[in-house]
Design a protein around this ligand. Structure first.
Ligand code: NAP
Length: 250
């Protein structure tokens, strides 16, 4: 007998915000490779379609900063008969502003997209998950959930919130079969971290901060994503799984 079945996502449907690029796209592909149908959400439709190419699922182009976005996304899924069993909240932004300079608008948008949207988008799909007595929510935390980095005032506040949001979601919903966990990535090369990876000295510094001695590659997210989205993590909830090469271990 093999244990493959506990990682099998056949018959499951996953909605991934930020699914058109970077970490969200990598996690969406991991779930698709494990058998799930994927719903990719983001603003750039062409990017979403490219990420979906050749895979089972659909795309929903939406600006998550719009107040009506969670309901509109719910309606698009319901109309397609495609309510998700798994939600990955990967859309995010980092204004990289010093505490002296950040504007109220930049602050609000960061907290809105990184913290408020993961809650309200999840909340709207929870009744469907409760009906099945099964669901998975995966949030994306950060090294900045627990550490202060330069120019990270709003981003760090939002990601600190994401960690606690994850624990509170687990407390609220796990008894009904809905496990909520977060992945806290180290440094991965994406659009969001272009400023880090464009500077060799900065990128090398972060690589040296890890136990493994390198920054992340998007393929490093495959196993942790499938684990947290599948039966394999039935008794794991309210946890923040660092996928950071041991950055936070030393
Ligand atoms: N890369 C890292 O090293 C790292 C480390 C720790 C945590 N993270 C977290 O990982 C998550 C994904 O980031 P990433 O690094 O993969 O960067 P990314 O490629 O820039 O991904 C951000 C995604 O969010 C979407 N997005 C941004 N604003 C949006 C809006 N208003 N409405 C809808 N979608 C929106 C973007 O798509 P559109 O522009 O098409 O809307 C994009 O797909 C973020 O939560 C980030 O904080 C990243």
């Amino acid at each position: 007998m093999t244990t493959d079945h506990i990682f099998d996502l056949s018959g499951k449907r996953a909605l991934i915000t930020g699914g058109g690029s970077g970490i969200g796209k990598a996690m969406a592909h991991a779930l698709s490779d494990a058998g799930a149908s994927i719903i990719l959400v983001g603003r750039r439709k062409a990017l979403l379609q490219e990420a979906l190419e050749g895979r089972d699922g659909m795309v929903i182009a939406a600006d998550l900063l719009a107040a009506a976005a969670p309901q509109a996304i719910y309606d698009a899924c319901a109309d397609a008969g495609a309510l998700p069993d798994i939600i990955i909240n990967a859309a995010g932004l980092n204004p990289r502003k010093h505490a002296d300079d950040i504007s109220p608008e930049q602050w609000q948008q960061t907290i809105q997209l990184n913290l408020n949207v993961p809650f309200f988008l999840s909340q709207i799909f929870v009744p469907h998950m409760k009906q099945n007595n099964w669901g998975r929510i995966i949030n994306i935390a950060s090294l900045q959930s627990t550490r202060a980095f330069t120019n990270g005032i709003a981003y760090g506040a939002s990601k600190g919130g994401v960690s606690q949001l994850t624990r509170a979601m687990a407390e609220a919903w796990s008894k009904e079969g809905i496990n909520a966990n977060a992945i806290a990535p180290g440094f991965f090369p994406t659009e969001l971290t272009a400023a880090v990876f464009e500077n060799d000295a900065v990128a090398s510094h972060h690589a040296a901060m890890t136990c493994i001695g390198r920054n992340g590659g998007l393929e490093d997210l495959t196993g942790p994503t499938i684990f947290l989205a599948s039966e394999a993590s039935n008794y794991v909830t309210g946890q923040i799984l660092s996928v950071d090469g041991g950055y936070t271990a030393k």
